[in-house]
Design a protein around this ligand. Sequence first.
Ligand SMILES: NC(=O)c1ccc[n+]([C@@H]2O[C@H](COP(=O)([O-])OP(=O)(O)OC[C@H]3O[C@@H](n4cnc5c(N)ncnc54)[C@H](OP(=O)(O)O)[C@@H]3O)[C@@H](O)[C@H]2O)c1
Length: 291
Amino acid sequence: MKARLQIMDHLADRRLAEAMTTHLIIGGTGKTGRRVLDRLTGRGLEIRALSRPEFDWEDPSTWSSVEGRYDAAYLTFAPDVAFPGAPEAVAEVARRVLASGTKRLVLLSGRGEPEAQRAERLVADLAADHGAEWAVVRCAFFMQNFSEGFVAGALAAGHLAFPADAVREPFLDVDDVADVVTGLMVGEIPAGGVHELTGPRLLTFAEATAAIAEAAGRPISYSAITLPEFVTGLIDAGLPQDDAHGLGELFALILDGHNEQLTDGVRRALGRGPRDITEYAGSAAGSGYWS
Ligand SMILES: NC(=O)c1ccc[n+]([C@@H]2O[C@H](COP(=O)([O-])OP(=O)(O)OC[C@H]3O[C@@H](n4cnc5c(N)ncnc54)[C@H](OP(=O)(O)O)[C@@H]3O)[C@@H](O)[C@H]2O)c1
């Protein structure tokens, strides 16, 4: 009898937990995902956050883990939504999320790469088919790539070599992305369309590196290299050949100059301007990222 009561308690706890879990984050440990998770849990919401091994974009047998009826789901693809084949995977996972009764879908996307745009269209069409709301958050190059991403080690070592010379990028603070996504998830920002987010200034990578060096209070140099040099460097550093070439192709697309324009997406969504790189660099330096 006692065991039966315990099982009933357990089932009741599980049902209660399921009823309270209102939002889904795919990529909950990533740069944007973990910030959205913090913001939503800070509001007392119960979140289901997925990443590997429970959910793996490379293993469709794990994709059923996204199924469930949520108020809203935040979908981030890894390694990059602009990679070939990403739109099909994104669409199938979005279909599963929507078919389970989720009412709002927010997709993290790149800024204008053909595969990213194809993923956006597939998600928008699927959401419309299921009578759900959708939003796409198109983002410029994240500032946090310099502290939490693939070039953080180079900056900490005092020299960044990157395949970008005169091209300017509207570097975007991931905390702004997380504020917008959180607003969309809880319905404070109306869904139904594309939010194109950039930071407040266009900077070359050399200028961004200088801003970081200034904040870190130590010399950090920058050199522009060619794409083949960049890819070779990644392979020498141990990245699998396919991933290194994939990244090379991605940067050829991203850094071709089409992103050299600012938007007012952050201000329109949040009613305030985006954070500047000096603010980001000061706070990341204070956290010891480049010490
Ligand atoms: N970085 C940028 O500047 C930038 C700009 C615009 C758009 N985006 C878009 O943002 C997305 C994520 O990029 P990010 O730089 O933010 O990545 P990130 O910080 O490295 O986060 C990636 C997330 O995906 C998870 N993940 C990695 N491989 C996975 C796999 N095979 N299956 C399931 N989950 C996996 C990671 O968790 P685990 O490792 O714990 O599994 C993590 O939660 C990409 O689609 C990219 O196009 C990025």
